[in-house]
Write a protein that binds this ligand. Structure first.
Ligand code: PAF
Length: 283
């Protein structure tokens, strides 16, 4: 399986192998691939004749330099995992920063209509402008028909849909369900930074979300927030950054339950300097 490090080489390879009337799927990643990525890639393979997987740790979406520095990088292993899918339809694009950004790294600013102001946007200022900048750039490089994103980053998925609308990009976004470890922990590249024992502790995050879902019928948002906060009171391993119940479309926090509105619970938790997020549909 070839790894293309420049957009020109990638585009040449796409033109060489792409057949007329075929569709091109795209799975953008930051590498350190896990089963969650592989299931997105498998869906893309099932639905398209050719699939580009990008592996690029995007500097502009990190608001914390230590997070960027420690972000796991494992290109050789990623390549082996992609090869294990046994498909000849995958092209890997693993560029250096200048192939994506040119000589000077810059971030565009977008008006995502308030979606960027909630949750991750509050706690990671500038994060979504960085995501929007790189995804728009990658879409221009790859020109996919379909692009696949996981629902673990549900707010990101909403932002990408908005980005496509704002930039009138001719790509269809496909959201895919969260992949979980046996203990319920949402799969994330960041999990590799946790010891096995810490991964065991982190299973509590999804256990809490499941309980919130059960309680959602009888408790209001404040009661649920209070209950969740309380679950972390004496936890020596996990610390809660935020818990929010939001309208799934606007991502605005729920005040009083409204009819015909779909709600989702969102959570961010730290174990040492490792930040984990998760979410669950409530109704
Ligand atoms: O979800 C990710 O891994 C990243 O935010 C993305 C979409 C690849 C952009 O860098």
């Amino acid at each position: 399986m070839n790894v293309f490090t420049t957009k020109h080489a990638l585009q040449k390879a796409i033109s060489a192998v792409r057949e007329v009337n075929s569709t091109l799927g795209f799975v953008p990643t930051m590498g350190a691939l896990h089963e969650g990525h592989l299931s997105l890639i498998q869906t893309a393979l099932d639905e398209n004749e050719l699939v580009v997987v990008s592996i690029f740790v995007n500097p502009t979406q990190f608001n914390n330099s230590s997070d960027l520095e420690h972000y796991p990088r494992s290109l050789a292993l990623d390549k082996t995992k992609l090869e294990s899918l046994g498909s000849s339809k995958i092209l890997i694009y693993a560029p250096e920063v200048d192939d994506v950004y040119g000589e000077a790294i810059s971030t565009s600013t977008f008006d995502f209509g308030g979606l960027e102001a909630q949750m991750e946007g509050k706690f990671r200022p500038g994060h979504f402008d960085g995501v929007g900048t790189v995804v728009h750039q990658l879409f221009k490089i790859v020109s996919p028909d379909f692009a696949y994103f996981g629902e673990k980053d549900f707010q990101q998925l909403a932002i990408i849909n908005k980005l496509v609308e704002l930039t009138e990009s001719p790509v269809q976004i496909v959201g895919c369900p969260i992949a979980r470890a046996e203990n319920g922990l949402a799969l994330s590249s960041r999990n590799t930074r946790l010891s096995l024992e810490e991964q065991g502790h982190a299973a509590k995050i999804f256990a809490i979300l499941k309980e919130v879902k059960q309680k959602f019928g009888t408790k209001n948002a404040n009661e649920l927030k209070e209950w969740v906060n309380h679950q972390f009171d004496n936890d020596a391993v996990l610390s809660l950054e935020y818990f929010e119940i939001s309208d799934e479309i606007t991502l605005k926090p729920m005040r009083n339950k409204q009819p015909n509105t779909v709600y989702r619970a969102f959570i961010a938790v730290h174990i040492r300097d490792v930040r984990l997020i998760d979410n669950i549909a409530l109704n």
